[in-house]
Design a protein around this ligand. Structure first.
Ligand code: NDP
Ligand code: AKG
Length: 436
């Protein structure tokens, strides 16, 4: 996006100052550019340009020392035309309003691409969860949910795990919501969050869902890249939920994990890294550094590794201009949200690197969240095979939609995914007759 572009004209109208490094402007810029390609109605572009609601809450938490600390929490509810707001809750020191807003836009686009009856939201707390004890983390979660009050709910806004949160945090959220908000209206509040533990309303397959969805997408897309699963050589950035599950599921299909990088360092092995062993090692030590039988490498060497596919599965904007220049991968499958900056994307596309976009690749998470919500509401329990079959069907259909638009408009896959999402949103707005 540049100062004179049509996308920026909309942002300028809404009071934005041009900042090419701003993640919200980056994400929205590429979403609005795809709207332009299909001449989407102007009202739709305006609606997409800002979340419907931006909540900021401040709440005190008692630390184990007896001291109190004030925390800042966010929830951006971007759009609910397709259904209740839906999206993860992130606990990370760099959480900011613009990050949360950018991720909430992507949730709207993701749910629309997947044709889920859900809208888009994202939230989080500016905190390093690893610097807190479990008791402090529980109190923080409970105070955050109390502060949000009825701004979340099973029919209104349904959080889920993201970076720094997990099934235990979701259990505390559901329990607090049930005690604080649901009891007054005498309704069951368990479905207020997804990604819960299995014993407390969670769905089989949710923990691995994002990685599983990404693997289903690769199964659909590898052929067109001239690659096969059994000979695939791949690297991963970030070895948390998404990175480690993707790696383990790919390893189970015969693919070779060649290099991994996280905040502690980078490792490589041309014979292949034991994806399962590494997952257990990272669970115990919180990083890939020091894992046995592999070579420790520098960041630049990690990016220069000539793999077939690189899978960023950590934070946003990790692949910028410098990394794009280093990258030797033939394709990038985005497990993380918004890992590639627009400038980096231009460099990579010009070099012929295929980018499989995040809203397709990582949509397995929200899709199985939808299954969890549905099971809670229908008092059902699906077995894992059923979850996997349903998930695969959803991923295959979404990949087909993206491919169809890419060939119809002769565009890259990210643009195609946004167009496929926009076309559905435009149709629903038009059917509802909200803006005749
Ligand atoms: N969980 C889910 O279901 C979904 C997640 N996503 C997206 O996937 C991405 C990862 O999420 P998730 O796996 O859940 O999060 P996790 O917290 O489980 O894992 C994140 C991983 O990235 C690592 N990391 C953090 N900073 C860096 C860095 N500077 N360099 C390299 N690695 C780093 C983390 O290390 P450490 O923890 O030590 O900081 C950790 O290994 C995010 O973009 C998220 O929004 C998208 C869809 C669904
Ligand atoms: O599972 C969900 O509801 C949301 C997952 C999420 O936050 C994401 O896809 O980025």
């Amino acid at each position: 996006m540049n100062r004179d572009s049509q996308e920026f004209a909309i942002l300028q109208e809404l009071g934005f100052r041009f900042d090419p490094a701003n993640i919200y402007q980056q994400v929205l810029g590429s979403v609005l550019r795809s709207a332009e390609l299909i001449d989407a109605p102007r009202y739709l572009r305006l609606i997409m340009a800002q979340p419907k609601n931006e909540l900021i809450v401040h709440f005190p938490v008692r630390l184990d020392s007896g001291e109190y600390r004030l925390f800042k929490g966010y929830r951006a509810q971007h759009n609910n035309i397709l259904g209740p707001y839906k999206g993860g809750m992130r606990y990370h020191p760099n959480v900011s309003l613009d990050h949360i807003k950018a991720l909430s836009v992507l949730m709207t686009m993701k749910c629309s691409l997947m044709r889920l009856p859900l809208g888009g939201a994202k939230g989080g707390v500016q905190v390093d969860p690893y610097a807190l004890s479990q008791a402090e983390l529980m109190r923080l979660t409970r105070r955050f949910v109390s502060a949000l009050g009825n701004n979340i709910g099973p029919d209104y806004d349904i959080p889920a795990p993201d970076v720094g949160t997990n099934a235990q945090v979701m259990a505390w959220m559901a329990d607090t919501y049930e005690n604080v908000s649901a009891t007054h209206s005498r309704h069951d509040g368990q479905a207020v969050v997804t990604g819960k533990p299995l014993d407390f309303g969670g769905s089989r397959g949710r923990e691995k869902a994002t990685g599983q969805g990404l693997v289903f997408v690769l199964e659909q897309m590898l052929g067109s890249l001239g690659l096969t699963m059994s000979s695939l050589r791949y690297s991963v950035i970030g070895y948390g939920n998404v990175g480690s599950w993707t790696a383990r599921l790919l390893a189970d299909r015969g693919a070779k994990l060649i290099a991994v990088m996280d905040h502690t360092g980078a490792i490589r092995s041309s014979e292949g890294i034991d994806a399962h062993g590494l997952a257990e090692y990272v669970r115990q030590t919180r990083g890939v550094r020091g894992f046995g039988g592999v070579q420790a490498i520098e960041e630049r060497a990690f990016y220069e590794e000539p793999v077939d596919i690189m899978i960023p599965a950590a934070l946003e904007q990790m692949i910028d201009v410098q990394q794009a220049e280093w990258i030797r991968a033939r394709a990038i499958a985005e497990g993380a949200n918004a890992p590639t900056t627009p400038e980096a994307e231009t460099i990579l596309l010009d070099r012929g690197v295929t980018i499989l976009p995040a809203i397709l690749c990582n949509s397995g998470g929200v899709t199985v969240s939808y299954f969890e919500w549905k099971q809670n509401r229908m008092a059902e329990t699906w077995d894992e095979e059923h979850v996997d079959i349903e998930l695969r069907d959803h991923m295959v259909e979404a990949a087909g939609r993206v491919r169809e638009v890419a060939s119809r408009l002769n565009c890259d896959l990210r643009t195609a995914a946004y167009v496929a999402a926009f076309e559905h949103l435009a149709k629903v707005y038009s059917l509802r007759g909200i803006f005749p």
